[in-house]
Design a protein around this ligand. Structure first.
Ligand code: PLP
Length: 401
């Protein structure tokens, strides 16, 4: 593993050379050369399908495709690559789990506990499931200090609860709940835990086996990978209880007009031609990440956030909504609408996010209509932050005029 060097790491990202200061990595990360080359090579040099051809090219691609699954399993310490289902992203993974595992498990009156800090992707699939089954969605409310209180969860858990849906890291506050403690409590009442790793996997890769997590999901595109690709990890005994969700090619071993036999796990959940280029490109990302000192890279990112936080805090009216040591910073300025400041920053080529961040219940709890968010990766620099701070200072001077 190479010692982390911020300058050379930055060079691996061609898009960073644009004139925009990119501070929106929590929406999607920039892509390294390793990913871009693997994707280009697939489209320009091969282009065969996987599991569908007998040519040596197709057989090789199938092996490369499965190598991606092995690498994804290793990245989160899943017991085996068969625990990994490829999906289109976090959103599709949660919908798969809700519909394929929980739809047949839930009875009217059962409870689904969802925290108030969830992204809509980890709320809507549960609301829809509740409407379909007669189960109830129970809110685990956020505290005034933007954390979640485990005693509150304890008071809500009962044998009626069948699932707790929780993020590994809030996409607004950067808060990371104590997943070990939560999982133990959830299992005590016989319920299952579904963890949304969309943000957390990037900054704090976890060990699904050690934490005893039932289902864990994330999107490749936030972890330097391609869009349109996601991972759904499930414990084998749970995947074995799940009927196929989508029907189509290669998710079966034999079919008549009356009957079909599902293919083995995980292929039974991957109907249709998969995202071949995406998996191969993401596999290259995971291979490349093995050469990076991820904890030094993360420490560097956090130092950038600290720098931004201390500069912003010195500006009058600054209101922060971020957890301590968060890799992202959400904020407002007293008396200024987030959109007004957001538009001015965008005009100065600062790429950041402003609005509700697909977390409307959390915005309601914060009693704001929205806020701004900057999020960083190790390809950012101090210069990026200083340019951003100058842009904020200039914008505030206009808005407070
Ligand atoms: N969960 C969290 C915490 C997120 O931040 C996001 C995306 O921003 C998602 C889920 C949804 O991810 P995707 O749109 O890649 O499915």
């Amino acid at each position: 593993m190479d010692h982390f060097n911020a300058a050379s790491f930055r060079l691996a990202f061609p898009a960073i050379r644009s004139t925009t200061v990119f501070l929106d990595s929590a929406a999607t990360a920039l892509k390294p050369v390793a990913m871009i080359s693997a994707s280009n090579n697939y489209y320009s040099l091969s282009g065969s399908s996987v599991y569908r051809g007998q040519s040596s090219e197709s057989l090789k691609l199938t092996r490369d495709f499965e190598q991606g699954r092995i690498r994804a399993a290793k990245f989160i310490n899943a017991p085996c690559e068969k625990n990994i289902i490829w999906t289109r992203g976090t959103t599709e993974s949660i919908n798969l789990i809700a519909q394929s595992y929980f739809r047949s498990v839930l009875q009217p009156g059962d409870e689904i506990i969802v925290s108030e800090i969830e992204h809509h992707s980890n709320l809507l699939p549960w609301i829809m499931l509740a409407q379909q089954t007669g189960a109830k969605v129970i809110k685990w409310p956020v505290e005034n200090d933007l954390t979640l209180n485990i005693d509150v969860l304890k008071s809500k858990l009962s044998p009626k609860c069948k699932v707790v849906a929780i993020t590994q890291m809030s996409n607004v506050t950067g808060y990371q709940p104590d997943l070990l403690a939560i999982t133990q409590l959830v299992h005590q009442v016989g319920a299952r835990i579904v963890v949304d790793g969309a943000q957390g996997v990037v900054h704090n890769p976890l060990d699904v086996t050690e934490l005893n997590i039932d289902f864990y999901v994330f999107s490749a595109h936030k972890l330097y990978g391609p869009t349109g690709l996601g991972v759904c990890y499930g414990k084998m005994e749970l995947l074995e209880q799940m009927p196929p969700w989508h029907g189509g090619g290669k998710m079966l071993t034999e079919v008549t007009f009356e009957h079909f036999t599902p293919a083995p796990i995980p292929q039974r959940f991957e109907a249709g031609t998969p995202n071949i280029a995406g998996v191969i490109a993401f596999s290259s990302v995971l291979e490349w990440l093995e050469t990076i000192d991820l904890s030094s890279a993360e420490a560097y990112t956090r130092s950038l956030v600290e720098h931004a936080n201390s500069k912003l805090s010195s500006l009058p009216g600054f209101i922060a909504y971020s957890a301590p040591h968060s890799p992202l910073l959400s904020f407002n300025f007293q008396g200024i609408h987030h959109s007004d400041l957001g538009v001015l920053l965008t005009e100065q080529n600062i790429a950041l996010r402003y609005g509700q961040h697909c977390a409307q219940p959390l915005m309601d709890a914060l009693k704001v209509s929205g806020c701004l968010r900057i999020s960083m990766m190790p390809y950012n620099s101090l210069q990026d932050i200083d340019t951003f701070i100058d842009a904020v200072t200039f914008s505030l001077s206009l808005l407070n005029d």
